[in-house]
Design a protein around this ligand. Structure first.
Ligand code: IMP
Ligand code: MG
Length: 175
């Protein structure tokens, strides 16, 4: 089931424990005002679900669907495949994504949500890669900083596959 050349980087317990910690940090920082969590599909699917349940706050949930990757290489331009259902004007918004790599996706989403009138826009990602981001995303909440390797599982895909894996796997370095 796990493709050849991938090894486990984070197991279910590690992921779950860290999500609980992120929920505590967010609960402490969020203000008592209308709040919408915006998940970036498809990758944020499982992280969004587990985070929202751990958060135990009365927040609205919405999604943006963005496509940016083909296989294990970056395609270049982003496409907004579907937009929000709810009005986020004057809301405090928290964007939820699986991974922050170059920062292109999140900075695009931050601008998009600010243009819709969001009052504040925070970002929370389960993973970020060690390398320097090309696009600025200010002070994201980060679950784990990981080596600059291609990752699958827990929402992250390779050509649309392996999102269902409950653990996170990294592609081994080719020597
Ligand atoms: P960024 O725009 O370069 O920050 O990339 C963010 C998006 O690319 C994420 O939402 C992921 O869906 C996807 N992505 C980045 N790195 C990986 C990876 O290692 N595996 C699978 N998807 C990735
Ligand atoms: Mg994604």
């Amino acid at each position: 089931m796990i493709p050849e050349g991938f090894t486990c980087l984070l197991n279910r317990e590690e992921i779950s424990r860290r999500i609980d910690e992120l929920a505590v940090a967010l609960r402490a920082d969020l203000e008592d005002k209308p709040t919408t969590f915006v998940g970036i599909l498809d990758g944020a699917l499982f992280f969004m679900t587990d985070l929202i349940r751990a958060l135990k706050l009365d927040v609205k949930i919405d999604f943006l669907r963005i496509s940016s990757y083909h296989g294990s290489t970056q395609s270049g331009d982003l496409k907004l495949l579907s937009g929000l259902t709810w009005n986020v004007a004057d809301h405090q918004v928290v964007i939820v994504d699986d991974i922050l790599d170059t920062g292109k996706t999140l900075s695009f989403c931050i601008d998009y949500l600010k243009n819709l009138g969001a009052d504040t826009v925070r970002c929370v990602v389960l993973l970020t890669k060690e390398r320097q981001q090309e696009y600025v995303v200010t002070d994201p909440y980060v679950g784990f900083t990981i080596p600059d390797q291609f990752i699958i599982g827990y929402g992250l895909d390779l050509d649309g596959r392996y999102r269902h894996l409950t653990e996170i796997y990294a592609m081994e370095e080719v020597k």
